[in-house]
Design a binder for this molecule. Structure first.
Ligand code: PLP
Length: 687
């Protein structure tokens, strides 16, 4: 079984063994309530006090307050509430407190959300404003100087969670002091704990929230520092715990665990030094450079935590990179919210002024200071494997194997798809309905493999201009064409169709692509080259919509109908399936693997993940041999399956979400012996 290499430390961390032991001991043996006055309570109080004292020493809390809470989001809310209540009072007393709630443009969302929330709830009508950052993600101090006189509350994180960019807190403090600013200052120290030296009481910082789970303590425990003399309004009142600052019985297991982490920090010897961590980051960066040509790093290593790398690869979406790393057992995160491979650009990288391809395709690799050399070495090996996998799939420039250059490729996005008709022998292709979302991928593939583009055609005249424009290389005007993109160089060559008409056609190796124009719609028929194309010879019919395509007399009942609009994720269908004649119902889920294989010992296991995920993956369900049929190639594979003897097929992917659609497609087309491995590789026994 492949061990997981966890490189997502900025999201959360594993638990330090000593922290786990402390939590278990607290729950099993020292479960008392620290507010109780009996011996059990006193024992718990000792644990609580010890953890607080350690935190105070380590963070230089001095005369300030340090309370335990549920984590940084709560700490941020407590701090913002406290500052805004104090501003309200000062304003009611006639003081001009400034009108701005100023926050770094790259702050964690908890900060602007908390500002907006309490500003609204308290009815203060202060103005939220983002403070710009430079290309390294550091606050623009000149802009800050210009805004400081109007600032009532300033929020600037110590280190960024996406890039690890370390803020110039000394520079900010110098400005605050120089202007004798009375603004409150909140510094989110979540990513700094254990990685940067902090001496809070010696600084001008009023509020500093921390979160346990970013440094080997469990989720649901955190701390908030409040400078001596800084105003404080409790978020939670009740039993008066935490000296009345934060009511609610303390999360003693979490606090004991956090105490153990703080002890390890204070005593030294557990965590790697800054220099060692920098060495590990260099190794990872070198491996990425070798494996992924053109990789660019989005963070300036000299000004970032040594535990964070943020990078983008030209032409590769963060979803593709996430998939290939996940398949290789390396857990990373996209630097941005990412749904269904449509990456929403990272607001952090956007704020740094990076171009869209970098902010939309970013990957964050982060580790904690407990990491060891063996983990980094394994990570480097797997990064190399990911690079090789992407190369073999033709996704990064290198010679892809011949089979990757032949056939029909489907690239789907949100109910629409683009098609690439490939011919290895002539190294040429036809692009059908390129969508703006798939244009970059198609361009990368075509350029990387140096394919000759014979035509960029569309099924709808109205959309052709927009779609072709999405492909930058077409805009050069290299291909003179009509309103569907049909190229002038086709030169009026025709092929006879079943209704007696002569259709214009293009030669694609030993295949011919004929087009059928009906008003503003155009369909394309692919079959063997010859003077005629009989219905039974038409292998694929590409059309805008499968329903009502009106190709009836020209194609066979079993010709695969490939629509460009695919709202129901059908991939493809046929006139037979469309009429419901071939629908094979019944249970699609295979159930437990072992039991399924006992019922179907001759089953073929089919991995429908993309070729780069398959190539990067070292595990299969039950360690059994599998065939790789990526979903993007699925339609092409259907033909031999449907024509041959129906052997039981067990389809799987990472989670079962992609394979179930493929199984449904097979069943609709009359292949009754297709099943899905529910839960996918993630839940299957693996080897
Ligand atoms: N601030 C930063 C910089 C973070 O990275 C996070 C967590 O992702 C938070 C705040 C929120 O922390 P918590 O999950 O403890 O509420």
């Amino acid at each position: 079984m492949t061990t997981e290499i966890y490189l997502d430390g900025n999201a959360t961390s594993a638990i330090l063994p000593a922290a786990l032991a402390a939590a278990i001991d607290t729950m099993a043996q020292r479960f008392g309530n620290p507010s109780s006055t009996h011996s059990s309570g006193l024992q718990a109080k000792v644990t609580l006090d010890a953890a607080r004292q350690r935190a105070c020493r380590l963070l230089g809390v001095g005369e300030g307050k340090l309370m335990f809470n549920s984590g940084a989001t709560e700490g941020i809310h407590s701090a913002v509430l406290s500052a805004l209540c104090a501003l309200r009072e000062r304003r009611a007393g006639g003081e001009a407190v400034g009108s701005l709630l100023l926050y770094g443009a790259t702050e964690h969302k908890a900060v602007p959300e908390a500002l907006a929330h309490w500003n609204r709830v308290l009815g203060l009508q202060l103005q939220l404003q983002a403070l710009p950052v430079d290309g390294d993600g550091r606050h623009d101090l000149a802009a800050l100087a210009g805004l400081l006189d109007q600032t009532a509350l300033l929020c600037t994180m110590a280190a960024n969670n996406e890039t690890g960019a370390i803020s110039d807190l000394d520079g900010i403090e110098a400005l605050l002091r120089a202007r004798a600013s009375r603004a409150y200052w909140l510094v989110d120290c979540v990513q700094a704990l254990g990685k940067l030296d902090l001496n809070l009481a010696a600084s001008r910082i009023d509020y500093a929230p921390f979160s346990g789970h970013k440094l080997y303590a469990p989720k649901g425990v955190g701390m908030l520092y409040v400078r001596a003399g800084a105003p404080f309004t409790p978020l939670l009142t009740g039993g008066g715990q935490e000296a009345g600052l934060r009511s609610g019985t303390e999360n003693m297991a979490g606090i004991a665990a956090l105490g153990a982490v703080l002890e390890a920090l204070e005593q030294g010897g557990t965590f790697r030094s800054h220099a060692e961590l920098e060495g590990y980051r260099s190794l990872l960066a070198d491996s990425l450079g070798l494996a992924l040509p053109g990789v660019v790093f989005n963070n300036n290593f000299a000004l970032s935590l040594p535990t964070t790398l943020n990078f983008s690869v030209p032409g590769l979406a963060s979803g593709d990179l996430m998939d290939v790393f996940d398949a290789a057992g390396v857990r990373v995160s996209s630097g941005s919210a990412c749904s269904a491979k449509k990456a929403a650009p990272s607001y952090v990288l956007d704020a740094m002024g990076l171009p869209l391809w970098r902010s939309g395709g970013a990957i964050r690799m982060s580790f904690g200071p407990l990491v060891d050399g063996a983990t980094i070495r394994t990570a480097c090996e797997r990064i190399a494997r990911c690079g090789a996998a992407l190369r073999s799939a033709g996704l990064i420039a290198d010679q892809a194997p011949a089979e990757a250059l032949d056939g029909v490729l489907q690239l789907g996005v949100d109910g629409a798809c683009s098609w690439l008709l490939l011919d290895a022998a002539s190294r040429s292709c036809v692009v059908l309905d390129p969508l703006p979302e798939t244009a970059a991928r198609i361009e990368l593939y075509v350029r990387g493999q140096q394919l000759r583009v014979q035509a960029i055609v569309s099924t709808g005249a109205a959309r052709h201009g927009e779609l072709a424009a999405a492909l930058g290389w077409h805009a050069s005007g290299a291909l003179a064409c009509d309103r569907f993109g049909w190229p002038a160089h086709a030169g009026g060559q025709t092929v006879g169709l079943a209704d007696g008409s002569a259709a214009e056609c293009l030669q694609l190796g030993t295949q011919v692509l004929a087009r059928v124009v009906r008003g503003e719609q155009c369909s394309y028929l692919l079959g063997p080259a010859g003077s005629t194309l009989a219905p039974s010879q038409v292998r694929f019919a590409f059309c805008a919509h499968a329903v009502g395509c009106a190709l009836g007399p020209l194609i066979a009942l079993t010709t695969l109908l490939c629509p460009s609009r695919d709202a129901d994720n059908q991939f493809c269908t046929s006139l037979l399936a469309g009429a419901g004649a071939a629908a094979a119902g019944g249970e699609c889920e295979a159930g437990p693997l072992a039991a399924f294989l006992q019922r179907h010992p001759d089953a073929v296991l089919v991995d429908v993940r993309e070729a780069h995920e398959f190539a990067a993956s070292a595990v299969t369900p039950g360690g059994l041999p599998v065939r790789s049929v990526p979903l993007s190639r699925f339609v092409a594979e259907l033909e031999p399956w449907l024509a041959g003897q129906q052997r039981p097929l067990l389809l799987f992917c990472r989670s079962g979400n992609r394979s179930i659609k493929a199984v449904q497609c097979l069943r609709r087309l009359g292949y009754a012996q297709a099943w899905n491995l529910g839960g996918g590789l993630a839940l299957a026994p693996r080897r």
